[in-house]
Design a binder for this molecule. Structure first.
Ligand code: PHE
Length: 501
């Protein structure tokens, strides 16, 4: 048999020793909280060791008028008292005045007092006189009400006499209400009894504390064994979105390699998104088909006049970088057009311009936007992982090495590289990675920034740069075929996505 939980043993022993009864009593005799008892009762019931019977009982709740009666006596008693105080006899009008209450309460008090025979009336000189005829000092109703209120008695616990009193009182408005409650009665079954007899009082612990470990006392303790196969309810606590979790993981990977994070605005002038990266103004990537353009609300500030001038020269004739440039008529207007950044390389290149670092290792994991038709592989809004290394001796081999290392941290071990083309890097590489059970997938683009990019910014050392999509890595990890699923925010899916993979 599976080992019994500490609470199960405690409850069984207590039931065998003290007998069964209502859940509340059983609970307190076994020295448990009501929650512990509920759980334990359920476990033991499913194992056939206890039987449960549910009985409906009535709790009596004393309402406002009832409470007033407890404090000041029933209205009829107050009336008789008042009548006594004004001489034991009075006309109705005098009594109403002395009683000093609402008309309604007076008539109730009067009616009850007369019905109980505490007062009677006679007529004298044509007027009706009320007088005290008897008085009951026992205050049966009041003391019963008080007991009910203080002890929370159940209707079924009262004597027959008392039940009658309660029923009478409950006819008065706002005195009492009877509330049916289910009462759980618990008893050991034969199986439970025989098992309870075998339980020895072994003191087991179910928590290893630092103290126990440090003092070595754990060696003398008996540890409760755990049933790791026991069925447990599924819990769905709040947790981070899988994308956000992966973003954090990527940040961690970069930081562990000594990179610092940089961020920048989502809206960029074409100048930083394209021109500073030596993307010619007629390049297809700048097309409306690929890029989201925004209306120009304000004149954007691009950079210093000097820098804008140097970059325009690089485009037109190489500007003394040793390049011939693209040889076309560069325009400031085109550079000022606002875009939702299409890659985080816009942020990287602005960082280079601002810092002119001779040595640097920075990264960003941030949103980019592409004017794409959505399908199983494409989103219009996605995350890009981007990094650069500025170093005097940096080479393409270093770039491949760092990337392999970086992806290894994320659990991706097989990476392949081959040459490709970007307007801003030379040489340029493309990479793919192998994901178990998923196959090969495109990873990121990379290269060494061209002198046409770095020299106008004032950066002399080589800059290794790379950038790639984040969502597809999450897809591979979560074995998702359709990229759109990541952002559908289907609650069922979000709940089921495992935290560790
Ligand atoms: N910006 C490129 C893209 O969006 C990736 C890249 C970054 C390539 C840096 C080379 C250098 O795909």
């Amino acid at each position: 048999m599976r080992p019994l939980h500490k609470l199960e043993r405690r409850l069984l022993v207590s039931l065998a020793r003290n007998g069964g009864g209502f859940l509340e009593d059983v609970t307190s005799r076994a020295n448990m909280s009501i929650d512990q008892a509920r759980r334990t009762v359920e476990w033991l019931r499913s194992k056939g060791m206890i039987k449960i019977e549910t009985i409906t009982r009535h709790r009596i709740e004393v309402l406002n008028e009832g409470k007033r009666a407890i404090e000041h006596g029933l209205p009829e008693r107050r009336l008789v008292k008042v009548l006594g105080e004004i001489g034991g006899e009075a006309t109705i009008d005098e009594l109403v005045k002395a009683f000093d209450s609402t008309r309604q309460e007076f008539s109730a008090a009067f009616g009850h007092a007369r019905a109980k025979g505490w007062i009677d009336t006679f007529s004298k000189e044509g007027r009706t006189i009320v007088r005290v005829s008897a008085f009951d000092r026992n205050q049966v109703e009041e003391s019963l009400l008080r007991r009910v209120e203080e002890k929370g008695l159940l209707f079924e616990e009262l004597s027959e006499e008392e039940e009658k009193v309660i029923d009478e009182l409950s006819k008065r408005p706002n005195y009492l209400s009877k509330i049916g409650t289910k009462i759980i009665n618990i008893n050991l079954t034969e199986v439970g009894k025989s098992i309870a007899e075998t339980i020895k009082e072994v003191r087991e612990i179910d928590r290893l504390t630092p103290e126990l470990i440090m003092s070595g006392k754990w060696r003398e303790q008996k540890l409760r064994s755990l049933d790791v196969e026991a069925v447990a309810p599924a819990v769905y606590p709040g947790k981070k979105h899988p994308i956000q979790r992966f973003v954090d993981e990527v940040r961690g990977a970069f930081v562990s390699l000594g990179f610092e994070e940089i961020t920048g605005p989502i809206i960029q002038p074409s100048f930083w998104n394209f021109d500073a990266l030596f993307v010619p103004q007629d390049h297809p990537a700048r097309d409306m088909q690929d890029t989201f353009y925004l209306p120009k609300i304000r004149e954007p500030k691009l950079a210093s006049k000097d820098l804008v001038e140097r970059i325009s020269r690089v485009h037109m004739d190489g500007g003394g970088t040793g390049s011939k440039g693209w040889r076309y008529n560069w325009t400031l207007d085109e550079a000022k057009r606002l875009v939702l950044r299409t890659h985080t390389t816009a942020v990287t290149v602005k960082y280079l311009a601002d810092h002119k670092a001779s040595e640097a290792k920075v990264f960003s994991v941030d949103k980019v936007f592409r004017n794409e038709k959505l399908d199983t592989k494409h989103l219009a809004e996605l995350h890009q992982i981007e990094g650069i290394i500025v170093s005097k001796r940096a080479t393409l081999r270093d770039l491949m090495g760092v990337l392999s290392e970086f992806y290894k941290i994320l659990g991706l071990k097989k990476v392949k590289f081959w040459p490709t083309y970007f307007p801003y890097t030379e040489p340029s590489l493309q990479s793919i990675v192998h994901v178990k059970g998923f196959g090969w997938m495109e990873l990121c683009g990379m290269g060494i920034f061209r002198p046409e990019v770095t020299l106008p910014l004032g950066v002399k050392n080589p800059v290794l740069a790379w950038g790639g999509g984040l969502e597809r890595l999450v897809m591979a990890r979560l074995r998702i075929e359709d990229i759109r699923e990541l952002y559908e925010n289907d609650l069922g899916w979000l709940r089921r996505v495992p935290l560790c993979l």
